[in-house]
Ligand binder design. Structure first.
Ligand SMILES: Cc1ncc(COP(=O)(O)O)c(C=O)c1O
Length: 375
């Protein structure tokens, strides 16, 4: 059994994907071209944003966002303690300080209360300038934007939505990748919308920001083209082949994959109710379940379930074993007395089960039975 069965998805979309790939090979244009333009248009329409600019991966998308807003030395970037290192890796690379915030114990997303505490602590200390909040829609579940947006407005902070895990999810009728000043996503193969290699995208409603993104993605190109380099940029583009692969996958995501993910989650939820803490999705939100994570009562219970699943030939994963504040790379970042109690507890007890739109009911039953046996 696969944790995320990309081969099953390929089998379902084979004709369209193969056709897209051979179309690119026949044309012989591997960078840019009509597939990239078509994909960007469709991604922007899907997310409900004016512009989508594709790039090489989700980490670059975040770096480009930080570069555009001039995030750098002396700046504080606030981020959830539960995320992948990429969320503030690039801001740190640019000289900023990562200030982690504890999570909400139900959604596992950034706690608005902890966020405001950390902002006030940075202001009170007076060493760093509060600059940006990275709202990570963790495991595919949207952040509490009604609480986060007013905090960003109150303190004049840029809001960056890191929707690497949440493309296809929605919050109160608005799709992820449409929140904040700028949003980013990843097309890493295992993501809800993944390509067959690395890929990413940036979303904005601002024409000027969109133009800056396009410049930074191509070595800081100027109005006279790619040899008119007017700023320091990157070489960060989505390959034409990846765009051709993503086009049918985007269609499938919208047509049925989001719904199928809900169906798998609903069956898991029903089976584990009262036995494990199942994912909480707030009213009016749709999670895309990039991961389906349960919390066992204790670390020992979690490890026992994982071991039994392994014996049964069922893969499971821990997203994530270590909160950001405890990673060696962030050892020097200030904590301002925050205890990160919810994040530590989450890491100690979390376990992600196989989840993808092609997971058949009989496979789901095998997983449910194996978890129940371990319990
Ligand atoms: C929350 C989050 N942000 C950013 C990224 C970076 O994406 P990429 O791997 O495409 O660079 C990831 C990828 O795992 C992620 O999970």
């Amino acid at each position: 059994m696969q944790f995320i069965d990309l081969k099953a998805q390929y089998a379902a979309l084979k004709a369209e994907i193969d056709n897209g790939i051979s179309g690119v090979l026949e044309k012989g244009q591997y960078i840019g071209g009509s597939e990239v333009a078509e994909l960007e248009e469709k991604l922007a329409a899907f997310a409900g944003r004016k512009h989508c600019i594709t790039c090489a991966n989700g980490t670059d998308a975040l770096q480009i966002a930080y570069m555009i807003y001039g995030v750098g030395t002396g700046d504080a970037v606030f981020c959830s303690d539960i995320t992948f290192v990429s969320s503030t890796e690039a801001s740190k690379l640019l000289g900023a300080t990562s200030v982690f915030c504890d999570i909400d114990p139900d959604t596992y997303n950034i706690s608005p209360e902890s966020l405001e505490r950390q902002i006030k602590a940075v202001i009170a200390e007076g060493k760093l300038t509060p600059r940006a909040v990275v709202a990570v829609d963790i495991l595919g579940n949207p952040c509490d934007y009604d609480a986060i947006v007013p905090i960003c407005e109150k303190y004049g902070l840029i809001l960056i939505e890191d929707a690497a895990q949440s493309f296809g999810a929605s919050y109160k009728g608005k799709r992820c990748c449409s929140f904040g000043d700028i949003s980013t996503t990843s097309f890493f193969p295992a993501k809800p919308l993944g390509c067959y290699g690395d890929g990413g995208a940036i979303f904005t409603d601002d024409d000027g920001i969109a133009a800056l993104c396009r410049s930074i993605c191509v070595h800081g190109k100027g109005p006279r083209g790619k040899y008119d380099n007017v700023r320091v940029g990157l070489n960060s583009r989505l390959d034409t082949l990846q765009a051709a692969i993503l086009l049918p996958k985007l269609r499938a995501l919208g047509d049925y994959e989001i719904d199928r993910r809900q169906a798998v989650a609903a069956r898991y939820n029903a089976a584990f109710e009262g036995k494990l803490k199942t994912p909480f999705v707030a009213d009016g939100c749709v999670s895309v379940y990039a991961q389906y994570a349960v919390l066992a009562d204790t670390t020992e219970a979690r490890d026992k379930i994982a071991a039994h699943l392994k014996e049964c030939g069922i893969p499971s994963m821990i997203y994530y074993p270590t909160p950001q504040h405890a990673l060696p790379v962030f050892a020097g970042e200030p904590h301002y007395g925050e205890t990160f109690a919810n994040a530590d507890d989450y890491c100690a007890r979390t376990l992600s089960l196989p989840m993808h739109p092609y997971l058949e009911e009989k496979e789901q039953d095998r997983i449910i039975n194996a978890v129940s046996e371990a319990l």
